[in-house]
Design a protein around this ligand. Structure first.
Ligand code: ADP
Length: 512
């Protein structure tokens, strides 16, 4: 179902009979700004702050990776003793806060597991001991709750790296205080499920009897996400459309049946964006700032971007921006097949991304010999991503699937009209242009084919040249959209209350 919070719910501040607020522990493998590989980190870095603003007692636990400024974190006294399959393993804990807030972030400090250059493995590869690393992390997160005396009402686990949390709550914590915590498991990307050889079952510390098709076993493998989908009190994912899509074979990555079975417990809640970080009125990365009321400086951002990347400075030639991981998910292979024809049109394109070496090579080479119209920057560059959003007239996202997607929301806010495949969160955030009513906020297409993408970009181009007042209307409507985390936080609160009710058999407000 889709979570549409009602306004009456919004009015109440959530406390139980004794005036205690709802408490939630976020267990996640990344959080911005500490360490980030994708949208998960953005959610874990922002949603807890919005929940705390609603009065919820929310804390976060994540691993202490190499690269995190550990010297700025407070080292807590004592050590956690984490029961592992091969005996107790000790771990230190450090404490920080999400920037600009009082939300506590606990870091599990264990150098052998986490002091490495990458979070999950080098590009295109996984560390061979990931099952052990994240079994340890999930178990340590529960030990942390006990050691700090923070027995939350809700354990909110994110993605496969924290998938063992709801399972441990139902097994090793059986009959203990943490067993009373309702578990919520959020899928940020179903394509990554934490799949291991079945022989690794013992590493989780759970008995072999759990390697069965109703828990961990999935087509002969050990699948952590499947176990979480079976064990969690409630499930969620990051947009209403993706929530429906993943219950079908085309998007379900083999787990569609499991998800469809729990359809009544699975909610789709659209992510918000960090509206302070992504605000064209205050963005420190931009050469000039602008707002909905006065977009004139956007032209200056465009000219500066053209200069920065060595493109001809042509104000009337529409500039198309592209930012993202160069992976199969993002549909860049389809874009690659369009490039020859696109570059014969009166347009410019800039692309920023890293990922698949073939894609990096293709776009990098094309940039060398079509520098008159196309520039690719291969790398991860946050400041440039901001300047591309501000400096481009259109933003292209031909995703194969997109759980939520952030860039299209940034684009709308920056007046860079998005061109998207109608899937997942893209379908929930971009409304297709209607030529007759001049409605919509962007351009959508359904089939992920070279023709569909090319034709939609052509449609956008002709709108820009032939119906500039329509282009302007799309831009304005996009800039008016509200993607703040407050809306999402309200829906999550609703989800937590429902999870609590199902776990405990009574409403949170009626509890002690
Ligand atoms: P995903 O999580 O699937 O990568 P999202 O659109 O949800 O996709 O989030 C991607 C985030 O990473 C956005 O904030 C985007 O701007 C950023 N990003 C992706 N690639 C790059 C890059 N090469 N340089 C800078 N930022 C990037």
């Amino acid at each position: 179902m889709n979570a549409e919070p009602n306004s009456e719910f919004n009015q109440r501040r959530l406390v139980n009979r004794r005036g205690r607020p709802l408490s939630v522990m976020f267990v996640a493998s990344e959080a911005a700004p500490f360490r980030k590989t994708g949208g998960l980190a953005d959610v874990v870095g922002a949603l807890p702050i919005a929940l705390a603003e609603r009065g919820i007692d929310v804390r976060v636990v994540m691993p202490l990776y190499g690269g995190v400024r550990w010297d700025e974190l407070e080292r807590l006294d004592g050590a956690l003793v984490v029961p592992m399959y091969n005996g107790p393993v000790r771990s230190a804990v450090r404490l920080g806060r999400l920037p600009g807030s009082n939300v506590r972030v606990y870091f599990i400090e264990h150098h052998r597991f986490f002091d490495r250059p990458y979070l999950y493995g080098p590009p295109g590869d996984a560390y061979p001991d990931n099952l052990e690393r994240f079994s340890f992390f999930s178990r340590a997160a529960l030990e942390l709750c006990k050691a700090t005396g923070f027995i939350p009402d809700i354990l909110h686990a994110h993605d496969w790296q924290a998938a063992l949390v709801p399972v441990y709550a139902n097994t090793v914590e059986w009959g203990r205080p943490l067993h009373g915590a309702a578990s919520v498991f959020t899928i940020h990307n179903l394509a990554y499920q934490g799949v291991f050889a079945p022989g690794g079952m013992f590493i989780t510390g759970l008995g072999w009897e759990h390697l069965n098709p109703h828990e961990f076993e999935h087509f002969g493998d050990l699948n952590l996400m499947k176990a979480a989908l079976k064990h969690s009190t409630m499930l969620s994912t990051v947009s209403p459309t993706y929530c429906r899509e993943i219950q079908t074979p085309a998007f379900g990555y083999g787990l569609d049946g499991v998800l469809a079975d729990r359809s009544g417990d699975l909610w789709g809640i659209l992510n918000g964006i960090d509206v302070r970080e992504w605000n064209p009125e205050t963005d420190r990365h931009l050469p000039a700032r602008y707002s909905l009321a006065d977009t004139s400086n956007k032209q200056e951002c465009k000219a500066a971007l053209q200069r920065e990347l060595g493109l001809p400075v042509l104000p009337d030639v529409p500039l198309f921006g592209v930012v993202g991981r160069l992976t199969h998910q993002k549909g860049f292979d389809v874009l690659a097949h369009c490039m020859h024809e696109l570059l014969s049109w009166n347009m410019q394109m800039v692309l920023l991304g890293t990922g698949d070496p073939d894609a990096e090579h293709f776009f990098g080479e094309l940039s060398l010999y079509r520098g008159d119209k196309f520039r690719a920057v291969i790398g991860f560059n946050d400041a440039l991503a901001h300047r591309i959003e501000a400096g481009s007239d259109f933003f292209v996202m031909p995703s194969r699937f997109e759980p939520c997607g952030l860039n299209q929301m940034y684009s709308l806010r920056y007046g860079s009209v998005p061109i998207v495949r109608r899937t997942g969160g893209l379908a929930d955030t971009v409304e297709n242009y209607d030529e007759r009513s001049v409605g919509g906020t962007g351009f959508c297409f359904d089939n992920l084919s070279v023709d569909a993408l090319k034709n939609t970009i052509g449609w956008a181009l002709s709108t820009y040249h032939d119906r500039p007042e329509h282009y302007r209307a799309l831009q304005t409507r996009g800039m008016q959209q509200d993607f703040s985390w407050q809306r999402a936080a309200e829906a999550y609160e609703h989800l937590y209350v429902e999870a609590y009710r199902r776990r405990r058999g009574h409403d949170f407000t009626a509890g002690e």
